[in-house]
Design a protein around this ligand. Structure first.
Ligand code: FE2
Length: 195
């Protein structure tokens, strides 16, 4: 395979995979802030983009007989290191607001770079006459564009309320379940079920 074609195909596979991991990190980020709307939204993208990734690597095998090797990669860190060991119940409303804004900014930056990576790959593939790959990546570009529109809408809605006490539906804090309630207490009876 021509090395430019391979580099383009690889760049898309890598970005897709990093994107999936990035959304997974954001699920944790918003769960820690007890903001289920955003956590679910990222969970939804995690699933949808995982599917796209798998379709894409299967396409590479089917069309190019090429198995994409992901090599050693680590998840893009989205959750601040300072949260390690911190208490979910101690996040103040003010901090939560700041972190939502920061999370949206990180998400937007991420998808804008993704768009660049996909557009560059699509152009190169088009120039080399790789029209199937071009079409497939063009569809990914459309979906990133619509994701970017959604993020911008979140940002716009929030900035419209910057000086008001009104809270957007998606910004609503949901009291997390206390740890003790999540796990039933372990008693000698529950341990010795099987005698
Ligand atoms: Fe995404």
């Amino acid at each position: 395979m021509n090395k430019d074609i391979k580099a383009s195909l690889d760049s898309v596979a890598e970005r897709l995979l990093y994107g999936v991991m990035s959304h997974s990190e954001m699920v944790q980020y918003y769960s820690f802030l007890s903001l289920p709307h955003y956590a679910n939204e990222h969970g939804h993208h995690y699933q949808e983009e995982s599917e796209t990734y798998h379709k894409y690597v299967r396409f590479l095998i089917g069309k190019y007989n090429y198995v994409y090797r992901q090599g050693a990669i680590s998840a893009p860190a989205k959750v601040p290191a300072s949260w390690n060991g911190a208490e979910i119940f101690n996040v103040s409303d003010g901090d939560r607001k700041k972190y939502v804004a920061y999370g949206l900014k990180q998400w937007l930056d991420w998808e804008e770079v993704t768009l660049d990576v996909f557009q560059e790959a699509a152009n190169t593939l088009y120039m080399h006459g790789e029209l199937f790959a071009f079409k497939m990546i063009s569809r990914m570009i459309e979906s990133v564009e619509s994701e970017i529109d959604d993020i911008k809408q979140y940002i716009t809605r929030r900035s419209a309320l910057i000086n008001s006490n009104e809270v957007l539906e998606e910004d609503k804090y949901e009291e997390p379940v206390k740890k003790e309630e999540q796990i039933a207490p372990v008693t000698p009876e529950t341990i010795n079920v099987v005698q």
